[in-house]
Design a protein around this ligand. Structure first.
Ligand SMILES: Cc1cc2nc3c(=O)[nH]c(=O)nc-3n(C[C@H](O)[C@H](O)[C@H](O)COP(=O)(O)OP(=O)(O)OC[C@H]3O[C@@H](n4cnc5c(N)ncnc54)[C@H](O)[C@@H]3O)c2cc1C
Length: 369
């Protein structure tokens, strides 16, 4: 069994100083050749989820069951402590690398972040110092920027997430093109036997109003069981077939092609705050699928810790804000002119030539029945 971890990587994980890399690599140290040698260097080894995590002072090396290396993570927090004097947010430091569970086998972890509310303000002011402005002024500036869609200062803050998610969620997620992504490869590594199975109470009939989504009506218990059994059965069959092909030596890139989209995948996903807010606006919305909304909900809590002031502004001016069309504004103005306590919105909307669907959406926006 070979482990392909370079000497440099192990040194980095052990936290040895940079000058040492140079000295020792110049002696042409070989790659770590195998498990035995590697074992002697480990600080801690534990088995979890068919993966092995080798813990070092500064990070973790993750392997799959075949000792194929999955990842080599240098603990951002440790690096920051030892090497970098840069902006940190105490509330964010506390949750750094913490695994927030999502769905039945998934998670979201904040691996690293760059910047804070202060970075947004600094970029906006192109400032030479910090701490010279009062918090109230910073908050006012951030709110002004977001209100007027001066978005580039928000691009100064970056987030790097490690997510584990079903492939069908990943397919929706990947449509957001402004992130940097690196995904677990089923061509290179063996699939892991983890498939998403919905909670029974999340099963719903097709919605009658929204053709894309599930409705409100709960599915009776008997049908819930049937659906879950169907999902479980086909998943098991697909997994057995996959294993059979794997064992026969068929290439993994072929063996995987019939695996269902409920299979879990993992990726690193890095994005700036401006684009992340756009992602969250779309994926926290009730029109988004429940499963991706669950991920967005967790990420929203994380973002709130890193940039609390920007998050507050985002909630006020974007997430909970509504835009009105020209016709809708005319309609509101007409209602105000009439001065009625309970205007007949349907009649007014009809007069303004709004379609039935638009009338429904307008009523929803203003919270009228
Ligand atoms: C509820 C819901 C239902 C959906 N249903 C479907 C569906 O049925 N079928 C389907 O195919 N997709 C569907 N989508 C995906 C949707 O059409 C978008 O692809 C997805 O939401 C990403 O949005 P975006 O392009 O704004 O975001 P991002 O890719 O994150 O881009 C962010 C912003 O950057 C700019 N940008 C990025 N790339 C370009 C570019 N190449 N050119 C110009 N500007 C760019 C745009 O301003 C964009 O808004 C759905 C999305 C949601 C939220």
């Amino acid at each position: 069994m070979k482990i392909s971890v370079s000497f440099l990587e192990v040194q980095r994980l052990r936290g040895e100083p940079a000058k040492d890399y140079q000295a020792r690599t110049s002696k042409a140290e070989p790659l770590y050749p195998g498990l035995r040698k590697f074992n002697s260097d480990r600080i801690e080894k534990c088995l979890d989820n068919q993966k092995e995590y080798l813990h070092f002072k500064n990070g973790i090396c993750i392997f799959d069951v075949n000792y194929q290396r999955l990842d080599c993570l240098v603990t951002a927090k440790k690096i920051r402590e030892s090497q970098m004097a840069r902006t940190t947010v105490p509330a964010a430091e506390e949750i750094l690398e913490k695994e927030f569970k999502c769905l039945d086998h998934g998670f979201v972890r904040l691996i690293d972040y760059m910047g804070s509310d202060e970075s947004i303000v600094q970029a906006a002011r192109v400032s030479y110092g910090h701490g010279t402005k009062k918090i109230r002024q910073d908050r006012g500036l951030i709110r002004y920027l977001l209100r007027h869609q001066h978005t580039t200062p928000f691009e100064m803050v970056e987030f790097k997430f490690h997510c584990k998610l079903p492939i069908f969620v990943a397919r929706q997620w990947i449509r957001h093109r402004t992130a940097n992504v690196n995904e677990y490869s089923l061509r290179y590594s063996k699939a892991i036997n983890e498939f998403y199975l919905p909670e029974p109470e999340t099963l719903r009939y097709q919605s009658e109003t929204n053709r894309q989504g599930r409705g409100e009506v709960a599915v009776p218990g008997e049908l819930q069981l049937q659906v879950l059994e169907l999902l479980r059965k086909s998943t098991e069959q697909a997994w057995q077939d996959y294993q059979q092909m794997e064992n026969s030596g068929i290439a993994r890139e072929l063996a995987r092609i019939n695996l269902p989209v409920s299979l879990y995948t993992e990726w690193y996903w890095k994005i700036d705050l401006n684009n992340l807010m756009h992602f969250l606006k779309l994926r926290l919305d009730e029109h988004a699928q429940f499963e991706i909304r669950e991920y967005a909900r967790i990420m929203a809590q994380i973002v709130q810790k890193v940039v609390p002031i920007a998050w507050e502004a985002f909630e006020d001016y974007v997430l909970c804000a509504r835009t009105f069309s020209r016709l809708e504004i005319q309609l509101i103005q007409k209602a105000l002119r009439l001065g009625e306590i309970q205007p007949d919105w349907h009649q007014l909307a009809d007069d303004e030539n709004l379609s039935q669907r638009e009338i429904g959406e307008f009523m929803e926006k203003i919270g009228a029945d």
